[in-house]
Design a protein around this ligand. Sequence first.
Ligand SMILES: [Zn+2]
Ligand SMILES: [Zn+2]
Length: 457
Amino acid sequence: MCINGYAAFYNLLKLKMTDQPDITIGIMDRKAEVFGGLHGNFHGDGLGYVSGHFSARAEAGNIIFFDEVHREIRRSPLIKLAAPEGSTFSLFNVPIGKRFHWERTEDQIFQGDLILQMRGDGTIAVINQIPLEDYLKSAISSEMNSAAPMEFLKAHTILSRSWLLAGLGRKKKIEKTSMTSGETADGERILWYDLEDHDLFDVCADDHCQRYHGITKIASRQVEEAVGETQGRVITFQDQICDARYSKACGGLTEEFATAWDNKRVPYLSSISDAPVPYPPIRTEEEACRWILSEAEAYCNIKDEGLLEKILPKGDRETKNFFRWRVEYSREELEEIIRKKSDLDFGTLKEIVPIQRGSSGRICRLKIVGSKRSTIVGKELEIRRWLSRTHLYSSAFVIATRRNPNGEVERFIFNGAGWGHGVGLCQIGAAVMASEGFTVEQILKHYFRGVEIEKMY
Ligand SMILES: [Zn+2]
Ligand SMILES: [Zn+2]
């Protein structure tokens, strides 16, 4: 069944779905060649039954599909391979953590159907089609360690399901040509990235949407249980499924929706204190400085390595000191990074000035001043991208400089707070809350104020 058929109903709780929808996930995109293996007898139009190793190559508007003895068995712009019950397929060298500091490639195994689709630019999109609840099992296992506390896994399942259904409903409503971001008339570079960026599939498999690294990471019965026990459940606000966002660690205060995405107020995505004590939202530069340079007590301020090990998947445990962090560059090094990332030549860097911050201290407009030009960059992800060879942990930072006797900057020092955009649920904070005995409902209502939990199917 097709997801789009349901899209119109997502935001109308009165019309509940009778069954879970299928979703399409872009596993790899814009590839010239694809290599993998079919574990079972897959069936495709025009190629009958096929199994074993395969490869596919883009050539003159077609995808050429080769079987395991490298015999061409199909030539078409669209190749759809339906999986028989209980079978899987592998894809080799799948890139993960694209452009982030944890970037690498992996061989991955998937359930469901495999679709290879030709793009207009002569490259191949590799798509997996799978029922939503099966997708969730893998996505939860990829995002967090399946040994994390049960109430946390359930909370994450409910929010991932909500985010996905709300996003698909919204995507249907938006015209393909609509701009989600862009350059303003006075030369500001204000960009953000959202679900609307995908055309041939519903979501991608990487951090941009929600991590989905195949079934290789489904290690525990706990995730199966978390998905099974919450089946069809979502969080809602005023009868609409919530666009439930989340990030790794808020840093003690969560962020508002508009700091990371579109300039609109989403009531259940406002800034909250992620601690047993109420911290007020950040309003001034002085408050931002004091907050970021402090070691506030917060759910995500966790030093217990044993608990962190249970919460985070292996790749993420290499990220240390995410609650408060520090990055330093020589001026020349930062000039080179910014030139490469922005495609703009600022000349000699003079200063970097926060223009606007959200309530967690995350900067959404940052002014970069050089000898040749000055530009304001935003929003939070674009700022993080410009100021690092990969990405800074977050845009909640204060900038210090070291100058030579002539007053010229020699070094830029960034002291920061948190990991990710900070909007919605704080994954590490929520896992800590679960380990302290909070229930799934208490956790969801702590991060998403005013919401209800409802069953959609
Ligand atoms: Zn995506
Ligand atoms: Zn937090």
